[in-house]
Design a protein around this ligand. Structure first.
Ligand code: BEZ
Length: 159
C-alpha cells in the first residue's frame, strides 16, 4: 500500500468533459498542486453516497481554505456512472475520477476484492493529502461500511 513520502504512480483517469469522456493524467491533477483525494468502493453505494461524499461537499470550502486546490474522488466505476453521481450529488466542488479498470487503484495498493458481494474488484475506502504528487497523509478505513478515518472532518484535522 502506498505510504507517506511515496510519489504517486503515473496513471490516467477518465473524466467527463463538456463534449463527453476525456482523460486526465496524474500529472494533470497533482503536479505542483496540493490535492485531497479520497477513494470509495463505489458510486451511489450507501456509505459513499450518504456519508463519505457529502462530508467532502459540505467541508470543501474549509479544505480549500487550507491551500488545497483540488478535492478529488476516485472509484473503480465507469465515467458515465461517476458523472451521474456528481450530478445527482450537486458535487461541483469535487473532481470525479473514473478508474474503471482499477489501474491506479491497484498501483497504489488500494484494491479490494468484493467479488463475493457481486461488485468485483473495487477500491478500499481511503483518503490522501498529496503535495506535488508526493503523499503527505494517507488514511485507510478499516471497515468499508464506515467513513470515519477517511472522512472530511478527519482530513481537515490533518491539513
Ligand atoms: C458502502 O458504501 O456502504 C459499501 C460499498 C461497498 C461495499 C460495502 C459497503
Amino acid at each position: 500500500m502506498i505510504k507517506v513520502g511515496d510519489t504517486l504512480p503515473d496513471a490516467t483517469f477518465t473524466v467527463m468533459g463538456e463534449n463527453g469522456p476525456t482523460t486526465k493524467t496524474t500529472a494533470d491533477i497533482f503536479k505542483g498542486k496540493k490535492v485531497v483525494i479520497f477513494g470509495v468502493p463505489g458510486a451511489f453505494t450507501p456509505t459513499c453516497h450518504g456519508n463519505h461524499l457529502p462530508g467532502y461537499i459540505d467541508h470543501a470550502d474549509e479544505i480549500k481554505a487550507k491551500g488545497v486546490s483540488t478535492i478529488a474522488v476516485v472509484s473503480v466505476n465507469d465515467v458515465f456512472v461517476m458523472a451521474a453521481w456528481s450530478k445527482a450529488s450537486h458535487a461541483e466542488a469535487i473532481e470525479f475520477l473514473a478508474d474503471g479498470s482499477a489501474a491506479f487503484t491497484k498501483a497504489i495498493g488500494m484494491s479490494l476484492d468484493l467479488t463475493e458481494r457481486g461488485l468485483g474488484i473495487r477500491s478500499q475506502r481511503f483518503s490522501m493529502f498529496v503535495n506535488d504528487g508526493v503523499v503527505q497523509k494517507v488514511n485507510l478505513e478499516e471497515n468499508v461500511g464506515k467513513a470515519d478515518l477517511t472522512g472530511a472532518t478527519a482530513m481537515l484535522a490533518q491539513l
